[in-house]
Ligand binder design. Sequence first.
Ligand SMILES: [Mn+2]
Length: 297
Amino acid sequence: MPDPQSPPVPWTPTNFLALPPQQSALASASAVLIPVPIDSTTSFRTGARHGPAAIIAASAALEDYDVELGIDVADLGIYTAPPLEPHVGDPYQMVERVRSAVTHYTGQGSGKLTGVIGGDHSATIGSAFAHMDLHPDLCVLYIDAHADLRDEYQGTAWGHGSGARRIAERCPVSLVGIRTLASEEREFIEAAGIPTCYWPPTNAGALHNITSGLGSEVYISVDLDVLDPSEMAAVGTPEPGGMRWLELTGFLRSVCQQRRVVGFDVCELAPDLGLPAHSYTAAKLVYKLIAYTLAAR
Ligand SMILES: [Mn+2]
């Protein structure tokens, strides 16, 4: 018999937000997070495979109460899945593996918000495909310094340089934050008519135009390099002149209020390339996406 006088053992949970069982059980959770620790298709500086663990570790320091929305995010219930095992033999096999993992949590029509924590930005492909299977009218909001529209890059069509291209072949894609492009990508944007908000925006209504052009069901993918390197340096390909934190979160909040967001990912944190503050920023972005999406439902 446990001694009723003895205090409970203070275990620290190792899930997102360090939640106790009643707030992190799959059955009652309204959000599911899937860590995808891959970076085998990263081209410049590697380390995004360590992103999911760093985000989960940093999330333990976040307050459960969100001042902006006035809600307790922990009360929403967040289940953290075990990390997905990488398939390093073939990038397409990894796409299929992510698709299966996401479908595992969305497939029964559970209505749980499912988010992927990357990992390099190729993690988005399988995640977006899984949501397309469930939502035929899905559109993808792709937020990134880079367009990721190459038909093939470094010998694969399924790597981080081709994610938006593979998705655009199957459903509408809108790009936000773009500030570096290959000429092949510029031509594709114009030929395919991809709605694009470059950064800085070319006119005051550019972000609003992106939101109003989205369909009713939206998948949001955030490559953390969309943020300015002064606020997010822990990425493989930092690009100067990016979005500020408040610009990004203000935009995400407005999209979540105006459309039904069914899934998301936050990719490309390479914690060893930046400061601990950058892992905390990445964790807070995951937290904000959950809060904005579920507060609007
Ligand atoms: Mn990028």
